[in-house]
Design a binder for this molecule. Structure first.
Ligand code: GAP
Length: 470
């Protein structure tokens, strides 16, 4: 059994299989942006749905929001992103290839078996480390002095080119949670929410990532699934532990990730808004080890206090039971949808050796996805293109397509069609053959075991309901 080994293999497979394409290929490509193909979209939707189900549908204390990507530009001054949302860059003096200084140094130490973290170190601190250890680029060349770059993406929304300047610049949102803080007051006033409660949002975020050579792990446009849980300050310890456990459980049970491939990592140095932070890390083989997929942050009263200060609005909370007025604290869970999708694909992707029906050695790529995440749930395969079989197959598809994402495929041999469905993770293939026309039964093949069984069409709906546990 083989697993994906490196990013090049991952990228070319994801493209060939119709999950993820590099952006703007006909123009020579556009760095750090990717397009999701049919199966990528379906998988992404299923992951998002699983998150919403766990965070919103299965609870009574979390509601949803879809805020604008654009917000008043003061939002980003208040949040601290205009002043302090920076990455530090170095350049190879010979090849002019850019690197994030923290990553370059970490990799330099890792090669010596030293796992030290450069997380959140300033340009000056990183410069000191580079000097002390005489660190070079991966090609062995000298590197430039580390320099800070702001990650917010600027835009001229609402201005004409002639008047565009630093005073009227607007920003594409750098994290989705800011929209939640701006709507906090409306939610209290209109939905009459009482602490503790959460507001969840899924949407695009944009960052001017300087170095983005890690497929969909780090891109300039990406999707976040964020939940901000507003609570009394004295509850923070308990809530932090509860949310950490809740989120780890979600990755294991709902995303189907084995617990050995996941771990918590506590931040040793905190980003400006956080008073405590843990990452959930996944062991991405194609990125050579554990990397962050989700952040769980205790943001304290930082965000509401800042927005109250910059907007002049009162953003405190009146507790009717105790008669106290205070600024709620916020516990954040923030998971990247694209990083989650990359994790799920990597975990599920398997190449198996087998013996084919002629007794010869063969192999297949199979995506061992959880059934709930599979892009296509049932494939409908008429054995041949004979009109009677086509008609019967379409009749079967129409019977179940209301409840399941199906795919009709009549091209190539049945063996090839099974392989195609294995590669995109389809849990069940339903084959309509010549006997079907007489006995009104179909053959169902299961993805992981490849076992086949014969079922009468009138029992198919019940069979699938049991298998999908609906
Ligand atoms: N609101 C908190 C926040 O944005 P973050 O750690 O910067 O925290 C949260 O981002 C998550 O968003 C990360 O754990 C990661 O999954 C995802 N993410 C961040 N930057 C990304 C990028 N450039 N490309 C893809 N996903 C990214």
């Amino acid at each position: 059994m083989k697993k994906l080994e490196n990013l090049d293999q991952f990228k070319s497979w994801a493209k060939e299989a119709g999950f993820i394409y590099p952006s703007s290929e006909i123009y020579g490509g556009f760095a750090a942006i990717y397009d999701y193909g049919h199966y990528g979209v379906l998988l992404k939707n299923n992951i998002q749905r699983a998150w919403e189900k766990s965070i919103v549908q299965n609870r009574n204390d979390v509601v949803q929001l879809d805020s604008g990507i654009y917000m008043h530009p003061k939002t980003w001054v208040a949040s601290g992103h205009v002043g302090g949302f920076d990455d530090v860059l170095v350049e190879d003096k010979k090849t002019h290839k850019r690197y994030r200084a923290d990553h370059l140094i970490e990799e330099w130490f890792a090669k010596k078996g030293d796992e030290r973290s450069m997380d959140k170190k300033t340009a000056a601190e990183l410069a000191e480390v580079i000097k002390t250890y005489n660190i070079k680029s991966p090609e062995g060349n000298d590197i430039t002095e580390p320099r800070s770059f702001n990650l917010l993406v600027k835009s001229n929304l609402g201005t004409t080119d002639a008047t565009f300047n630093d005073e009227n610049v607007t920003y594409l949102r750098g994290e989705t949670c800011q929209g939640i803080y701006l709507e906090y007051k409306n939610y209290i006033d209109t939905l009459r929410l009482k602490l503790p409660f959460g507001i969840a949002q899924v949407g695009k975020a944009f960052r001017n990532e300087l170095v983005a050579r890690q497929f969909v792990f780090r891109t300039r446009e990406f999707e976040q699934m964020e939940m901000q849980y507003f609570h009394k300050p004295e509850d923070k310890q308990r809530l932090f532990e509860e949310w950490k456990n809740e989120r780890m459980k979600w990755h294991i049970e709902e995303m189907g990730i084995s617990s050995e491939n996941l771990r918590f990592k506590e931040h040793d140095k905190l980003i400006f808004y956080a008073t405590a932070a843990f990452d959930i890390e996944y062991n991405y083989r194609t990125l050579s080890g554990f990397k962050e997929v989700e952040g769980i942050h205790d943001r304290g009263d930082y965000d509401l206090t800042q927005h109250a200060k910059f907007s002049g609005e009162k953003l405190d909370y009146f507790d009717q039971e105790t008669g106290e007025r205070f600024v709620p604290h916020i516990m954040e869970t923030s998971v990247g949808l694209n990083r989650t999708l990359m994790m799920v694909l990597e975990e599920a992707w398997t190449e198996e050796e087998l013996i084919n029906s002629n007794g010869e050695k063969d192999s297949r790529i199979v995506l061992k996805l959880k059934k709930s995440l599979a892009p296509i749930k049932v494939a409908i395969l008429p054995l041949s293109k004979k009109p009677d079989l086509q008609a019967k197959a379409l009749e079967v598809q129409n019977m179940i397509r209301k409840d399941y994402m199906t795919q009709y495929d009549e091209t190539a041999s049945i063996g090839k069609r099974y392989r195609r469905q294995d590669e995109i993770g389809t849990p069940y293939c339903v084959t309509i053959d010549f006997d079907t026309l007489n006995d009104n039964a179909v053959t169902i093949r299961e993805r992981d075991t490849m076992k086949q069984e014969r079922i009468v069409i009138t029992e198919l709906k019940q069979y699938l309901m049991e298998k999908f546990n609906i």
